[in-house]
Write a protein that binds this ligand. Structure first.
Ligand SMILES: Nc1nc2c(ncn2[C@@H]2O[C@H](COP(=O)(O)OP(=O)(O)OP(=O)(O)O)[C@@H](O)[C@H]2O)c(=O)[nH]1
Ligand SMILES: [Zn+2]
Length: 224
């Protein structure tokens, strides 16, 4: 059986991260508890943290010995209920989530941070409003702007205390998003390698992916 980090490693209920939680003053993230999450690909450790200011539950899946100082294969995934749980083809999120978990399982070691920032931070209700505007012709960035939001409201500062909690020092990060790489680096998380994660281009998400490349700077090839 693959080794687990977390509950089996003796973490206790309500144990604090031991670090001052990262991000702006007043940001507090509490480690709450851990268990196991069997998936079709591996049995991961599942760990839950709660952001004091919002009550949001951020999750982390780990596999193998991640606190040994060696770079860790990782995915920082932003919540997408429609893509992650409901099989939506409007985006690439569900396929990226599955690909990342399979890649970590194949290595026998890695981490997935599941950050509860639905709709690039605007929430589920506004994301569906944005979809409605996209149905009428707006692209994903224009739809956000028409609703009065910036193109991307996500923050990554909470990732740092989550990684620190497990002694994860540096990442081999699966992403196409340059802002994610830059922001994590600026928070003190070295990204020793950026691994493309380009999956599930289809007729329904063609515009979504093109807009990511053209307006949000994602490293995306036009053909898979
Ligand atoms: N506002 C908005 N958010 C969306 C839309 N489609 C997906 N999302 C959200 O976008 C987030 C995923 O971000 P992406 O831009 O697809 O990818 P990324 O995380 O920046 O980059 P990768 O690491 O390469 O996947 C999730 O929070 C989704 O809920 C949309 O049309 N509008
Ligand atoms: Zn999505």
């Amino acid at each position: 059986m693959l080794p687990l980090h977390g509950a089996d490693a003796g973490l206790v209920e309500n144990e604090k991260s031991g670090d001052e939680p990262g991000g702006p003053a007043g940001q507090q993230l509490d480690y709450i508890t851990s268990s196991k999450l069997p998936t079709p690909w591996a049995t991961f450790g599942i760990h839950v943290f709660v952001e004091a200011a919002t009550g949001k539950e951020h999750l982390m899946l780990t596999l193998g010995e991640v606190g040994d100082g060696e770079p860790v294969l990782a995915r920082v995934h932003s919540e997408c209920l429609t893509g992650d749980a409901l099989f939506s083809q409007r985006c690439d999120c569900g396929a990226q989530l599955e690909t990342a978990l399979k890649a970590i399982a194949a290595q026998g070691r890695g981490a997935l941070l599941y950050m509860r920032q639905e709709g690039r931070g605007i929430g589920l209700v506004n994301k569906i409003r944005a979809y409605r505007l996209q149905d009428a012709g707006a692209d994903t960035v224009e739809a956000n702007e028409q609703l009065g939001f910036p193109a991307d409201m996500r923050r990554y500062d909470l990732c740092k205390p989550m990684l620190d909690h497990f002694g994860i020092a540096s990442l081999r990060l699966m992403t196409n998003n340059p802002r994610k790489v830059d922001t994590l680096e600026s928070l003190g998380v070295p990204i020793v390698e950026r691994i493309p994660i380009q999956v599930n281009r289809n007729p329904f998400n063609e515009n979504y992916l093109s807009t990511k490349a053209a307006k949000l700077g994602h490293w995306l090839k036009e053909r898979l």
